[in-house]
Ligand binder design. Sequence first.
Ligand SMILES: [Zn+2]
Length: 274
Amino acid sequence: MLDPFSKKIFHSAHTAVANGGRGPLILMYHGTPATKSPASSIYSVTANNFQQQLDLLKNNGWTTKCIADLPNIDSFPDKTVILTFDDGYLDNYERAYLPLLERDMTATWFIVTQVIGKQADWLERTSGETAMLDTEQLITMAASGMEIGSHTMSHAKLSDISDAKQQSEIIDSKQQLESLLNRPVKSFAYPYGLYNDSSLKYVQQAGYQFACSVRPGWFNNEKNPLLLRRICINLDDSLSTFARKLAFADCDVNWKKMGNYGINRIRSKFSGKI
Ligand SMILES: [Zn+2]
């Protein structure tokens, strides 16, 4: 259930420029554990919350697309959202991929190639929630229409490593995924959202068409297709918070900010009348 404000603002959301929208919304997910536990990352979303989010989108006429669909942006329906999953957690298979498939929805997964079928070894602690998707699962997902993109070889902090290492992280990971899946890999996501000029250069040289950052915001506020903005969806987001994140293309939609939004709307109404 949505609170009345979130409901109203969500229903008035548009993505098509012709309808006053500012381009498709791109959401960023990570793990999808069965339930919340002390091991759960704040960046994960529980299975139940995720399904509620999918149903909210589906029941309100939203369409899902992949990052690689962006060249056809002009034909996207008015309410379009692109779901992306970073890292490639094993729990995504049953609790994100299958629920998406059931609803005839799609998404883009950004995979760390060195840990396929292993553990997310860049995290401080490993647990059942840090196990990663395996090769067979990725092949199945790609075959059923999900997009698989690269998230480097080792989840490297690209801005901290040498150009030679960046080159390998960006280019080799693409080649590995392409030979594994036997299809082109067109999209990339910067681990931790970190990049520098060399990263952008190698992403372009490697032949990626699109790359995702972790900065929130409207799609058409960013002209560079290698710096797409994304809105992060987190563990403690209520369904109303999720709805407001979409309506404002922002990760921070607390009530104080919403109050300011309301006051500004009233102010602008008054100033229009004077
Ligand atoms: Zn990541």
